[in-house]
Ligand binder design. Structure first.
Ligand code: UDP
Length: 329
């Protein structure tokens, strides 16, 4: 029996596959390679190229393979793009998940681990954020992820499916081997954009607003290493395989860093002055997002191993300096 990783050629998906393979699991990957990379597909995983919105494709994977459970990463995930092109997000994220669930129900596959996000909370009532806190997304990306969580709940009630939703805070860093890492085109995330400066691809990093109500006026985020996120998916799948009930967990380090602090740490790691300039706020950005991950620690036994921001940025730098154009040669 295998685990199907939908979106297993993407950033967090590929790191999860690497951890699953290292843990001796059989892995099947499905990915349309729209934002994922064939080079990120683990050589020991079986790979199917296709789109989650195609019922025919999803059915064909479940018919060809014996699948125990699904880990679902196949979605668009850019806050800015979701504000200018929300229909793309409704189509891929919600319609895609609907097709996947239809096929899972038809094939009697009843376990799914799902990548959700801190963006489901919107502007938090308080930090650190608990899973029971208000969810009121400030961007369409978060809205589609929250709607996906609700789909799982209702489909679960009707058809006996169980799910674990993992609400990630800011995923970053790269695999210790240096073989896989973050490679988006266009890149929109803070740490890879900062590292484009010492890589000679960008003159300066833009700071999106310094008039937030935070200690230095820039946004605060909780940065969590992608390998720690990957480990949480294995624990979540084991939790479902052990017959436990549907659940939602935050995944973060519980420590917030401002944009300026992240840039300073990158200066220290790279030894480059990394010039920065203040630009207007980006639409849909809450001032601060910091996780309480106590529930994941106590219920799943999750124990992040790479919590130090310097170590996280050093692992990202190790990837980006050796792969300045991502997976492209
Ligand atoms: N950010 C920034 N400059 C950039 C990219 C991002 O100041 O060039 C800020 C962004 O406003 C947010 C934080 O960095 O406060 C993290 O943004 P990212 O896009 O990496 O992740 P998100 O929080 O949107 O998931």
């Amino acid at each position: 029996m295998a685990i199907l990783v939908f979106g297993g050629a993407g950033y967090i998906g590929s790191h999860t596959v690497y951890e699953l393979v290292d843990a001796g699991r059989d892995v099947v990957i499905a990915d349309n390679l729209e934002t994922g990379h064939i080079e990120a597909v683990h050589p020991k995983a079986k790979f199917y190229q296709g789109d989650i919105r195609s019922r025919e494709f999803v059915d064909s994977v479940f018919e060809a393979e014996k699948i125990d459970g699904v880990i679902h990463f196949a979605a668009n995930s850019l806050v800015g793009e979701s504000m200018t092109n929300p229909l793309k997000y409704y189509d891929n994220n919600l319609c895609g998940t609907k097709v996947l669930l239809e096929s899972m129900v038809a094939h009697g596959i009843d376990k799914i681990v799902f990548s959700s996000t801190a963006a489901t909370y919107g502007e938090p009532e308080r930090v650190p954020i608990l899973e029971t806190d208000r969810t009121d997304p400030t961007n369409c990306y978060g809205e589609t992820k929250l709607s996906m969580e609700k789909m799982f709940k209702w489909i679960g009630l009707a058809h006996g499916l169980r799910f674990v939703s993992l609400r990630y805070f800011n995923a970053c860093g790269a695999h210790v081997s240096g073989q896989i890492g973050e490679a988006h085109s266009p890149e929109t995330h803070l740490i890879p954009l900062i590292l484009q400066v010492p890589n000679g691809q960008r003159e300066a990093i833009s700071i999106f607003g310094d008039d937030y109500d935070t200690k230095d006026g820039t946004c605060i985020r909780d940065y969590i290493h992608v390998t720690d996120l990957a480990q949480a998916h294995i624990l979540a799948m084991d939790y479902l395989l052990a017959g436990k009930e549907s659940n939602i967990f935050n995944l973060g380090n519980g420590v917030g860093f401002t944009v300026k602090e992240v840039i300073d740490t990158a200066r220290k790691v790279t030894g480059h002055p990394i010039p920065a300039k203040i630009t207007p706020r980006r639409a849909g950005d809450p001032a601060q997002l910091i996780a309480s991950s106590e529930k994941a620690k106590s219920v799943l036994g999750w124990n992040p191993q790479h919590a130090d921001l310097e170590e996280i940025i050093a692992s990202a730098w190790n990837w980006h300096k050796n792969h300045p154009h991502g997976f492209a040669k």
